[in-house]
Write a protein that binds this ligand. Structure first.
Ligand code: ATP
Length: 710
């Protein structure tokens, strides 16, 4: 018993010595703890910045449910090094230099953020003073403190309004830079990137809805990026300042324990966080798909109306919408429970612990701190409490900013997917699902090789294969030669590659072999079966893609345009529609035949060296067709015509006849002979159709004769 009590008294003595040692060296311990806190915050920032946080390892793939694949692998969306690489690439576009407008806005934004923190610190101290003057019952002091409170409200409100204004300006500036960069590549005419808008949707499978990405996703990305700066930089800065100030008031020990608690709960929260970045990217993708289905309904409204396809279209739309709702509900639920858990930890758990810390100077005599009266104690408590609330709010916002960062990762993935795909396409690297025959050995070789293209006055193909973007070899080796003035007729069964030849001539499809000699694209004008009518005035329809200024520069007047329209018997449309400056949705205002005539008027206005006519007269009467062909010939336009109408044959000198099996014949066209053969063929075909009926009638008669005989 004696031994035991002597042991206890020795332990007590040791403990006392330890406390004494601590009290004597407390300033050094305090300094050590503050440095440790600083290191901790820096490590945490580096942790987030390098994407090595727990959530980053749990990045989900966007394409797990639908589309969005790169190289056959699903695209990952997470706050990881891939995200930072993508982001830094985009940042170089949106903030092109330190002297740019965006850098200046960022600088102003940062200064205002620091100024606001300084105001908050002053307000925390003032709050304490107001309550202290109340407790001490000093009315004059109380009055002056309230006056200070009112005065500080002026720069405080001014700063807040400026902050949100500059943040919005920053988002707009980012959006403008990014939209200009993307549209520049999408519609720019700079060699390899030429006709990107065509290639991205026709030659590549990766981007399903570029329109949604350019209009919606870039806007969301810009707002998210502008907000992330305030949502991450400001709380981190606040966390430093408030916690440093708090540790000065209550001692660094409380701060140390609070930090350990916060770190523990942060790790737990992050481990339990759903992958919000992937959810954001998926939402954008689903909305894009829904919008695309809607725009198809608008575009083909007439066809669908005649086919009475409402039910099917409704089902398609409902399916798309159902997909969005399923996803949104899932995300909503995930956000709900995550929000509950997060608020309980951040607001209530940290809050109660913080109150305990604020009470330390009231209940304990801290070594080196002199005792104080009720007023000082109250002032200290109120100030510390405010600092603590602001500090834990900052810490909470750093936590919340993880979600913002994940949202940003989602939008960044969408925007960089578009930009990376465009870069790939610029280098001729397309990703399209190939048909089975493309994997045959000879076709694999063919798809890997490239042909040569030379600019020339005439059109000459030497052993050029016609291959569709999904690897279907339509013609293995095509050779023909068309000189200026030699009109070429192209015939063959459906899907044999007639229009595909034009796509090669227009530089849209890849030349996989042989040699192509062709004039530059500006020397061609295409009239398809359903001609394109642009948004704009009636005049714009004739002169497209020229502007009115370009038309005037080349010396053409509205009178000249009227004469051109009279050639296709369309001059009445000017008066009917209210003049050349009338603006309509011309696609709906003109009939099918009128649209074709308008396209012919455009041909006569531009007067190119070559005209590609792809069933371009299918909807106009034969006499009109003859007049248009004659006028084109008179203007010296060389015609490359696809038509099933025998009446057109007589205008052509050469014929390229596909057999539909990969073979073809290219020869001179003896129009008269061909016409006679065609007519005879048609007569025989009509007669052949009668044969089954005649046979049936014969059988009936034979039976009747047999019956009568019995
Ligand atoms: N963007 C594309 N991607 C993949 N395949 C395509 C694409 N465009 C056309 N094709 C395919 O190329 C083949 C040839 O098409 P093309 O338009 O040249 O036929 P065509 O001979 O003009 O037929 P039609 O007389 O019916 O107009 C078709 O099988 C078509 O499906």
């Amino acid at each position: 018993m004696v031994v035991f009590s002597s042991l206890r008294s020795r332990e007590k003595e040791q403990w006392k010595n330890l406390v004494k040692f601590y009290a004597a060296n407390r300033p050094y311990f305090q300094r050590g703890l503050r440095v440790a806190f600083l290191v901790y915050v820096l490590v945490a920032i580096v942790h987030i910045a390098t994407g090595s946080g727990p959530s980053s390892r749990r990045g989900a793939s966007v394409s797990s449910r639908k589309g969005g694949k790169r190289d056959g692998k699903p695209q990952r969306v997470a706050v990881d090094d891939v995200f930072y690489k993508r982001l830094s690439k985009i940042l170089r576009i949106v903030i092109p230099g330190i002297k740019s407008k965006e850098a200046l806005l960022l600088c102003m934004h940062s200064s205002l953020l620091i100024f606001r923190t300084a105001i908050s610190l002053y307000v925390a101290g003032l709050d304490g003073k107001i309550v202290a003057s109340l407790v001490r019952a000093r009315p004059l002091e109380f009055f002056f403190n309230i006056l200070r409170w009112l005065l500080v409200a002026i720069p405080a409100t001014w700063t807040n309004s400026w902050l949100s204004y500059i943040q919005s300006k920053l988002a707009l500036a980012y959006r403008t830079r990014l939209t200009q960069a993307v549209i520049g590549q999408y519609l720019g005419d700079d060699g390899a990137g030429d006709k990107m808008y065509y290639k991205i949707s026709n030659l590549d499978d990766r981007i399903k809805n570029p329109d949604q990405m350019i209009t919606h996703d870039i806007q969301q990305f810009s707002s998210s990026l502008a907000a992330i700066y305030a949502n991450v930089a400001k709380p981190v800065l606040d966390m430093f300042i408030y916690n440093y100030q708090l540790s000065q008031n209550v001692g660094a020990e409380g701060l140390f324990v609070l930090t350990v608690l916060m770190q523990g709960s942060t790790v737990l929260l992050r481990a339990l966080s759903p992958s919000f970045g992937a959810h954001t990217a998926m939402s954008a993708q689903l909305v894009g798909s829904f919008r695309h289905t809607h725009s198809r309904l608008n575009e083909f409204a007439e066809e669908i109306a005649f086919l009475e396809g409402e039910e099917t279209e409704k089902l398609l739309l409902e399916r798309e919408y159902g997909g969005i709702m399923k996803h949104e509900n899932y995300v909503l639920k995930a956000r709900w429970w995550h929000g509950c858990f997060e608020e309980w930890i951040v607001k209530w758990l940290w809050g109660s612990f913080g109150l305990g810390i604020c009470a330390i100077p009231t209940f304990f005599k801290l070594p080196g701190v002199s005792s104080s009266d009720l007023g000082i104690r109250t002032q200290g408590f109120v100030t510390n409490r405010r600092l603590l609330l602001s500090g834990s709010d900052a810490m909470g916002r750093v936590l919340y900013s993880w979600k913002d960062l994940q949202d940003l990762a989602g939008y960044t993935a969408r925007v960089s997917e578009l930009m990376d795909t465009m870069s790939d396409i610029r280098t001729g690297n397309f990703k399209k699902s190939l048909i089975a025959s493309a994997s045959q050995e000879e076709n694999v070789k063919l798809l890997q090789s490239r042909g040569k293209v030379f600019e020339s006055e005439e059109i000459k193909f030497e052993g050029v294969p016609i291959v569709t973007p999904n690897g279907d070899v339509l013609v293995r080796s095509l050779s023909f030669h068309v000189k200026r003035g030699q009109h070429l007729l192209i015939v063959g069964p459906n899907g044999c590659g007639k229009s595909s030849l034009f796509r090669i001539l227009g530089g849209l499809w890849t030349v996989y072999g042989g040699v192509v000699h062709k004039p530059p694209p500006k020397d061609f004008l295409l009239i398809p079966q359903r001609p394109y009518l642009c948004l704009g005035t009636l005049r714009d329809q004739v002169i497209y893609p020229h502007s009115k200024a370009e038309m005037e520069n080349r010396g053409t007047t509205d009178g000249d345009l009227l004469r051109i329209l009279s050639l296709v018997q369309m001059d009445g449309v000017v008066e009917r529609e209210g003049g050349w400056d009338a603006v309509r949705e011309w696609r709906d205002s003109l009939s099918g035949g009128d649209k074709q005539k308008m396209a012919w008027a455009r041909l006569f206005y531009h007067n190119p060296k070559y005209a590609i006519l792809d069933e371009a007269t299918s909807l106009v009467p034969p006499d009109m067709e003859g007049m248009m062909m004659d006028n084109a010939t008179r203007l010296g336009i060389t015609l490359l015509t696809v038509s099933h109408r025998p009446s057109l044959w007589k205008y052509h000198h050469m014929i390229l006849h596909y057999d539909g099996q990969g073979g073809y014949v290219f020869t001179k066209l003896d129009a008269e002979k061909r016409l006679a053969m065609q007519e005879e063929k048609q007569t025989l075909e009509t007669k052949l159709q009668e044969v089954p009926k005649m046979k049936a009638r014969l059988a009936e008669l034979e039976e009747a004769v047999r019956d009568g005989a019995m």
